[in-house]
Design a protein around this ligand. Structure first.
Ligand code: PBG
Length: 306
């Protein structure tokens, strides 16, 4: 009877698995603050994408760990960088898997900031030019969706125009539209070696206290051509997910981020919490709040439970 009257259902189709792709061969290095999550070289990323597909997860989100970092993040648009190489390899070797690529500079700059710096400030428009180069290079490698996570102003419109002009009209944009300046990204910055060397990201990521502003950010990205919008993190922002979904009716993604994953893992490892139940309760809560797409490091485990 409970199954008959259940209001919110999860399906493996709505889950996206993030993958951290590094250089080298045969690399599968566990991230210490994220048990079960690895830095993977390209062939290992292919193996992971194939295993995810066998579990029922048909979408991956790629992050890159380049060896070369510089002031302007030029590896972000190197055609042979990890994300580009993994995109080509997964599209070729794991047919039926959707490839989404994260577009940002923080993994590619030597200072760890999401853009080009002038002293301690990020300069918006030159950064957008770099993001456009990165998005185009992901599209050329075969990405199905590009996902700008930098929170610069005007980047969605600039990327849309460049994709269209470059013959990539079919490549979609999932914008990290309401991305908060969150403590829950800590383990990700270990995984991607992307912590800022000085300062923080408060100039462009959102204040956790604000929800009206999230609606304005989402509205702007939709006006610029976003096909899907994201709220990030997820569990501490369920009200924002609900308001974004109700206000715009757009495909809405929620990113259950590294720190949210690590908290459940850590408590479970101490025997303080039932991991599987806590995972499913969290994910169904995100779904109940209105998310259509859930990006989570638990994607494979959740799909297997379903
Ligand atoms: C930026 C980016 C971040 C995450 C996804 N894209 C980190 C940041 O803003 O510092 C965090 C994801 C997570 O914590 O799981 N490229």
């Amino acid at each position: 009877m409970r199954a008959l009257v259940r209001e919110s259902r999860l399906s493996a189709d709505m889950l996206v698995l993030p993958l951290f792709v590094c250089e080298g061969r045969g690399v599968r290095r566990e991230v210490s603050s994220m048990p079960g999550v690895f830095n993977l070289s390209v062939e290992e990323a292919v193996i992971e994408a194939r295993a995810a597909q066998q579990d029922g997860v048909r979408s991956v989100l790629l992050f890159g760990l380049p060896e070369h970092k510089d002031e302007i993040g030029s590896s972000a648009y190197d055609p042979d960088a990890p994300v580009q190489a993994a995109t080509r390899a997964i599209k070729r070797e794991v047919p039926g898997t959707l490839v989404i690529t994260d577009v940002c500079l923080c993994e590619y700059t030597d200072h760890g900031h999401c853009g080009i710096m002038d002293g301690h400030d990020i300069v918006n428009d030159p950064t957008v030019e770099q993001l456009v180069r990165a998005a185009l290079s992901h599209a050329k490698a075969g990405a199905d969706i590009v996902a700008p996570s930098d929170m610069m102003d005007g980047r969605v419109g600039a990327i849309r125009t460049a994709l269209d002009d470059g013959g990539f009209q079919q490549v979609a944009i999932m914008s990290y539209a309401a991305k908060y300046c969150s403590a829950f990204y800590g383990p990700f910055r270990d995984a991607a070696a992307s912590a800022p060397k000085f300062g923080d990201r408060r100039s462009h990521q959102m204040d956790p206290a604000n929800a009206e502003e999230a609606l304005r950010e989402v509205e702007q990205d939709i006006a610029e051509g976003a096909d899907m919008v994201m709220v990030k993190p997820a569990a501490a922002y369920l009200d924002v997910i609900r308001r974004v979904k109700d206000t715009f009716g757009y495909p809405t993604a929620a990113y259950h981020v590294s720190g949210e994953y690590a908290m459940i893992k850590a408590a479970a490892r101490n025997g303080w919490i039932d991991e599987k139940r806590a995972m499913m309760e969290t994910l169904v809560g995100i779904r109940r709040a209105g998310a259509d797409i859930i990006i989570t490091y638990y994607a494979r485990e959740a799909a297997r439970s379903l």
